[in-house]
Design a protein around this ligand. Sequence first.
Ligand SMILES: NC(=O)c1ccc[n+]([C@@H]2O[C@H](COP(=O)([O-])OP(=O)(O)OC[C@H]3O[C@@H](n4cnc5c(N)ncnc54)[C@H](O)[C@@H]3O)[C@@H](O)[C@H]2O)c1
Length: 707
Amino acid sequence: MTNGNAAVLYRQSGAVGVIMINNPPVNTLAKQVRLSIAELISLTQSDQAIKAIVISGVGRNFCGGADIREFNTPDRQVRPMTRHLMNIVEDCEKPIVAAIHGPTLGGGLELALGCHYRIVDAGAQLGLPEVHRGVVPGAGGTQRLPRLVGFRKGLEMVTSGTPVDAATALEIGLVDKVVADVDLVEAAIAYATKLIEQRMPVRRTSDIDIDVDTVEGEVTVAGLRAALEKSARGMQAPFRCLESVANTLTMSFEDGWAREAEISEVAVASDESRSLVHAFFAERQTSKIPDIPADTTRRGIEKVAILGAGTMGGGIAMAFANAGMHVTVIESSQENLGRGLSRIEENYDATRKRGRLSDAEMADRISCIHGAVEMSAVAEADLVIEAVFEEMDVKKTVFAELDRLAKSGAILATNTSTLDVDEIAAVTKRPEDVLGLHFFSPANVMTLLEIVRAEKTSPDVIATVLDLCKKIGKTGVVVGVCDGFVGNRMLAPYFRQADFLVEEGALPQDVDRVIEEFGFRMGPFRVYDLAGLDISWAIEKRRAKTRPTEERFSPLLERICALGRHGQKTGAGWYAYEGGRKAIPDPIIETMLADRSAEMGINRRDISDEEILQRCVYSLINEGSRILEEDLAIRSSDVDVIWLHGYGFPRWRGGPMFYADTVGLSEVVATLDRFHAEWGDKWAPTALLRELAEAGSTFKEWDKTRG
Ligand SMILES: NC(=O)c1ccc[n+]([C@@H]2O[C@H](COP(=O)([O-])OP(=O)(O)OC[C@H]3O[C@@H](n4cnc5c(N)ncnc54)[C@H](O)[C@@H]3O)[C@@H](O)[C@H]2O)c1
């Protein structure tokens, strides 16, 4: 027999036919691959010399599953479709061994499940992560996996999307053998030869009986559904996955398989899936900066210095240490340094006690963090990150000092959250080396990093920092200089609406419920209480000095703070806490709100959930579009990434700008026009929004014009 098509190679080894998927870069099941595998299986079936078959992949993995480039093209429908291919493989009358290596996810694992035996390289990862894209495994995965690994484990893997490593795969019966440091394909041929010698039969996963009875299985399903109703509130894909796996309890394989296809098609067409796919591509896009070519020379970053070992400095130091990079933390006195380093140690220790860090890992990370009290310790650093007090004069003094002490070519970053980075850069003789690196708190946990490109920041500084983000596990988004940058600037009108809503008649728990039902992890009032009302109030006081008077802020914050209610940390804020973390609506706050409304001559009214949602979320959208107009973010999808990673916007809604596209921009503009007529200029839709709405366009389309 000759080699198959180039996308699939074929050779014979003894009595074993070896089919190699050869479709770089990740061996997807594109049309030609499906056709060739099906044809080769048919040919080997009738070849008397062949007694068993091995399927494997050339290059870095076994098989990458369905081909994304074929989605929404006629090629996807060409038979055998992916789900038919798995049945052709399984129906083969000669034993087929899958030889698996690399990431074997989604359709790749479904192909392996269609094979009769599985041998796997120790470094492989196996899973069905479709739920993370808002879809359901659609090529038999929901029917075969629970038959092979047991109902409970299969249900958990499909609904969580979490992959397992090779050792776990062996333990749960997903694979038959794990090999390390050998030629995988040769090992699979030897395994297949043994099957032939022992006259082992084909072993079809679809023939296996589910290992729980219907009642027992349904109890498991009910338990998981209840848990998902809390953890995956508002989403549909996890419930669709649940339904499809649950069908194995009551349906034959054929019926469950047919139903899986129907469920999968509905999921593929859902807004949820579109949003999750948008989020995935949006994240990849952030490192592409139109005027900075990909081949821009980067500066080397080996040594990092951090000024200030407070909340942010400590967290930033941990972020670097977690990536194995050495950092020197510089404080203003031994006492402050000692306090800062102890806090870092306490943080690591808390993680260790939770079992998420071993003793050795903790020691390793701590050994990456060095302390100093002389500013001259910055002399060797390739990157200095300033995280001292948020006061312009202090920052200016520090940067003038840095200019004197840092070596030539060092990148000088400020972690300011509100101050003008251009003004800070201007005190140095090297503003091209200065930028803002706005980490989010806790900096060792939060993945977002706003990279603030100041007027004179050099392109290679931006390119270097974008690379660095990948190294320390951050999602970097380039933004321009303005008060609050992108994220916090959008947050301000959102919180202002929350304040107005409670003055007009809503209660904090109403607003929080609506926002949490929308999918945010926490509504604005619970966020206030977690962050500390004293901190919000201090920021408001400072901002009030520079903001126009019409941007009034509610005095409610001040009044609540005056009662010593600073939020969770003092046991009360917008809510009562009674010693725990559960937010309990408090009559004191209701009275305070009623008094405030009376004082303003407002007749408190019932405010619908729809109005609450639109006023909070559309204020984000309008401010986001203003930011785009002002060229402070490159793409609307960058704004989305900021909100997904920094503010808990529900990923399955894609981010505020993509959500606007989903609602329809003309509908958003019509609502904003209505709000504008009722509440004044703050609500006037931006010219960009109106222009896109009138053209029947979307932010996604607009992004394409931005390079
Ligand atoms: N806390 C947040 O959530 C957050 C989020 C993003 C950005 N930021 C910004 O990060 C910066 C630091 O904030 P923080 O919350 O960590 O403050 P913090 O008060 O916890 O820490 C500041 C630290 O800087 C030290 N310090 C002051 N002057 C110094 C100097 N000249 N040399 C060395 N150390 C000096 C202080 O001793 C203190 O330990 C601010 O610019 C703030 O706006 C804060």
